[in-house]
Design a protein around this ligand. Structure first.
Ligand code: ZN
Length: 164
């Protein structure tokens, strides 16, 4: 299963990025983590994101902090919808209250699970205006590990299209 390992560039509309960032920011104002998804289609070794998906989710507070839960039923509905529309999920984006990193919970409950897909984490509940440099980007390798991409790797891989 090659998944997205061969993908060399991800094209994301500015509007998708802004809409997602806004959602995470609003969730953060009430002390909750949020999670959004980028979906679209492959075009050779390029993947073009066509829309943002905000799955049904529950941001909860625990003794250890906060986390976001997508229930199985919501996930199943999402997968059925993607299949029907011939779209694929390539990236998940979620917020953290403070530092951006991939926690063990993030590893275990990742929604984007194909090799080569991305997981972006934004710090400080996305309280500042969007800046890709503030997001920490991880890519899933064949061993099932989320490997952090360097700033240069991210700038080569993620292309923001339109609207500045
Ligand atoms: Zn997390």
């Amino acid at each position: 299963m090659i998944g997205f390992l061969d993908i060399e560039a991800l094209v994301v509309p500015q509007s998708v990025i802004q809409e997602g960032h806004h959602f995470l920011r609003i969730a953060g104002r009430t002390g909750r983590e949020g999670l959004v998804l980028w979906i679209g289609r492959r075009d050779g070794v390029k993947f073009v994101v066509t829309e943002l998906v905000i799955p049904e989710q529950q941001g909860i507070r625990t003794n250890d902090g906060v986390c976001v839960i997508i229930e199985g039923a919501a996930l199943a509905r999402l997968n059925a919808d993607l299949y029907k529309r011939q779209l694929q999920l390539i990236a998940q984006i979620h917020s953290h209250p403070q530092a951006a990193y991939h926690s063990s919970t993030d590893d275990e409950y990742a929604i984007a699970t194909k090799v080569g897909c991305l997981s972006l984490v934004v710090p400080d509940f996305a309280s500042r205006p969007f800046s890709l440099a503030e997001y920490v980007t991880f890519r899933l390798n064949t061993a099932g590990q989320w490997i952090e991409l360097s700033t240069i790797e991210v700038s080569r891989f993620i292309h923001i299209a339109g609207g500045g």
